[in-house]
Design a protein around this ligand. Structure first.
Ligand code: SF4
Ligand code: MG
Length: 299
């Protein structure tokens, strides 16, 4: 990767040419992430993109930052290791609905619980795309997939409720086709000290074109607050806008249950972080050990 980091430009952040299907929402997530890094002038030399397996897993190859394309569902423990070993690094995790909520569900529970500092981006296309059309945890009931030709029999997991229920300190939802909303969501997520859970509605024209209706915005409801993410009226002119205080957990659950799909900042609350607590405890222990070592030489 490049070592010239000032200023950070879109050109500099480009790496290998992306290889996703035509019209895939992963392109807009990739471009949005690059634009965000330019907007914030985030140094790629101090940035790591970590992913699991799936179409989303390719993202680190396309960003000229450090990157780890890890094991299925295991991006979170890899990122946690980085957070503990190199706390100065900026961590972005890319994970799909299958990777995060099925194979990596256990790690997601503990990533949220440990509340270590990272931006976790959940690419939700409601299907397994890379392995070609299997039912995922967020697949809509009744959708015909390769694994369930009679239609998926279960109601999907709601990722926002899942994160709220686990006590996540930051929960937001956005859509990749709403460029400004996506950027603004990344911005508040990045500023949050802890595990920032960002759900992203993502188009998969290849295997699940009916997942998100990006041409009609009447089904969308934006959650707005001074401390949240502004509604993106340009991208979704027919959406409704609802005032929501992101410190209100009960209301956040209500919005996550709503018949329309809400986008915006659901919940944000600072809490102790495993990474800082662990590093502080380690520093104290090292100091104590050094003290005893010096004591042992004292005459
Ligand atoms: Fe994108 Fe779907 Fe193709 Fe994967 S299978 S690259 S998610 S369109
Ligand atoms: Mg998927």
């Amino acid at each position: 990767m490049s070592t010239t980091t000032n200023p950070v430009t879109l050109k500099e952040l480009k790496a290998a040419d992306p290889r996703w299907c035509t019209g895939c929402g992963d392109y807009t997530i990739l471009v949005g992430l690059r634009r965000f890094m330019v907007q914030r002038q985030i140094d790629p030399v101090n940035t790591v993109n970590v992913s699991g397996i799936g179409c989303s897993g390719r993202l680190p190859h396309y960003m000229n930052t450090y990157g780890i394309h890890s094991v299925h569902g295991r991006a979170i423990p890899v990122a946690l290791g980085l957070a503990l070993g190199r706390p100065e690094l900026k961590l972005f995790i890319s994970s799909g609905d299958g990777d995060a909520l099925s194979i990596g569900g256990n790690h997601l529970i503990h990533g949220i619980h440990k509340n270590f500092n990272c931006v976790f981006v959940l690419f939700d296309n409601q299907i397994y795309g890379l392995t070609k059309n299997q039912t995922s945890p967020t697949t809509k009931k009744g959708l015909v997939t390769m694994t369930q030709p009679q239609g998926s029999p279960l109601s999907p997991i709601n990722p926002v409720q899942f994160a709220l229920g686990l006590g996540a300190t930051f929960v937001a939802s956005t859509a990749e086709w709403m460029g400004q909303h996506f950027l603004d969501t990344l911005d508040v997520a990045y500023q949050h000290p802890g595990f920032s859970f960002v759900h992203v509605a993502q188009r998969c024209p290849k295997f699940n074109p009916s997942a998100w209706n990006h041409e009609d915005s009447r089904w969308i409801s934006f959650l707005e607050h001074d401390n949240g993410v502004p509604a993106d009226r340009k991208a979704a002119p027919d959406a409704t806008v609802v005032a929501h205080d992101p410190s209100d957990m009960a209301k956040a659950f209500e919005h996550a249950n709503g018949l329309t799909t809400s986008f915006g900042l659901f919940y944000c609350q600072e809490r102790p972080r495993y990474d800082t607590l662990t590093l502080d405890a380690t520093e104290k222990a090292v100091k104590k050990d050094k003290g005893s070592l010096l004591d042992s030489f004292a005459i």
